[in-house]
Design a protein around this ligand. Sequence first.
Ligand SMILES: *Cc1c(COP(=O)(O)O)cnc(C)c1O
Length: 488
Amino acid sequence: MNNEYYGKLIFELSRSGRRGAAIPDAGCPQVDLPTHLTRAHTVNLPCVDEPTVVRHYTNMSTNNFGVDTGFYPLGSCTMKYNPKINDEVCAHHAMTRLHPAAPDESVQGALEAYWTLQRCLAEIGGMAEFTLNPFAGAHGELTGLMVIRAYHDSRGDKGRTKVIVPDSAHGTNPASAAVAGLKVVEVKSLPDGTVDVQALGALLDDSVAAVMMTNPNTAGIFESNVAEISEMVHKAGALMYYDGANLNPMLGIARPGDMGFDVMHINLHKTFSTPHGGGGPGSGPVGVCAGLEKFLPNPRVVKKADGSFAVTTSPDSLGSISATLGNFAVQLRALSYIMSLGNEGLCQAGPLATLNANYIKESLRDLYKLPIDRVCKHEFVFDGLIDKSTGVTTLNIAKRLLDYGFHAPTIYFPLLFHESLMIEPTETESKETLDSFIDAMRSIAREAATAPECLKEAPLTTPVRRPDDTAAALNPRVTWNDLKTSAQ
Ligand SMILES: *Cc1c(COP(=O)(O)O)cnc(C)c1O
């Protein structure tokens, strides 16, 4: 909407002397402060009336795209609808007013909620124990790899310095391995997107600490050789790490622990519905199989023999990876999500997410190139349009989707294909929404054939059109004064 508030900073709407509040007379005489206590300069606060404040922030809140405003099929990110009951639970004053150092006996309810989530995740993942301390998926990966190092070290097995990561892996996998002080060795995928088991076997020896896998992988394909891979990896003395950011289609259907994984993380902000994007908030709990519990980070929440709950530390722990017990507001949302759906509801998420992804895939495959032609799980990848003669790229398609009112899919990831367009609809979308997305994608393919130049200019209707991402990252201007300077 283009009105006088549009695209302006609150400082630009400011008019000297304008106010949005009337401060009542204090009823006592005015006193001049001694000059050494007063400011040398006036405070540069915007002077605006109340309607201006309300319209400014309300307009601004709709300039960005969110899952509450429209369909958000951002592959790998699981942008499912976030039920509002979860926010109600975590915003309850009984939760928001807790202090992290409160004595255990005064916060038994909160500790019970925390412990219950640990147990729910252990059941869902097929793991013995969970820590909820890590703040993100990547932080969970680092924590999990530190557990694996602690395990090898505890056995005096110090030569295990490598981590094997498939070439389809999320970029955080090799990054976390490097931060954990381990060397990354890449294993290739086969043309069908799954890990090349033979190539993996050739890399296994006593210098390998772990193999990191995502299942289903980032092409949305279930790694059906996982049992065989687990056996090979364990025989070589290494451990199996599960990147659980893609757990959504597996919920209640299959468990990483049963597939032979020893350590895993879960992205509560993906599978368990906390609103995310723009860098937070998140939570990346880490689960371990029996025998590895003692290495988990401090502190932990345990249930004592008398049925009460306590925060404890363990001397064998790898140490602390967060100031306290992690991101409690995200943990509460996840628990609320799990308990409000229940066993029956949770078990429907994966099959519905899988159905939705396959429905879109099959509805567009005559126009978009499908490099892996198999039944997918919760997401799949197109390699751009089939007709490449128009010069219309995946970037053009993604930008044009914004004009149609959809968030773009993930683009140029995974790196397996040149024009990757990775679509994850999630289970929370209706058939009508999926159909209108399919219509938009079909219209874009038609435009590519008839008016490709228009696509190369897209988006035409968004508040910001084609930002220079590199310049914005290298030279961010984040304050009003920066903007004024740049305009001069
Ligand atoms: C999102 C994601 C991650 C990283 O999670 P963050 O919370 O963003 O750090 C890791 N692996 C996969 C497959 C992902 O989709």
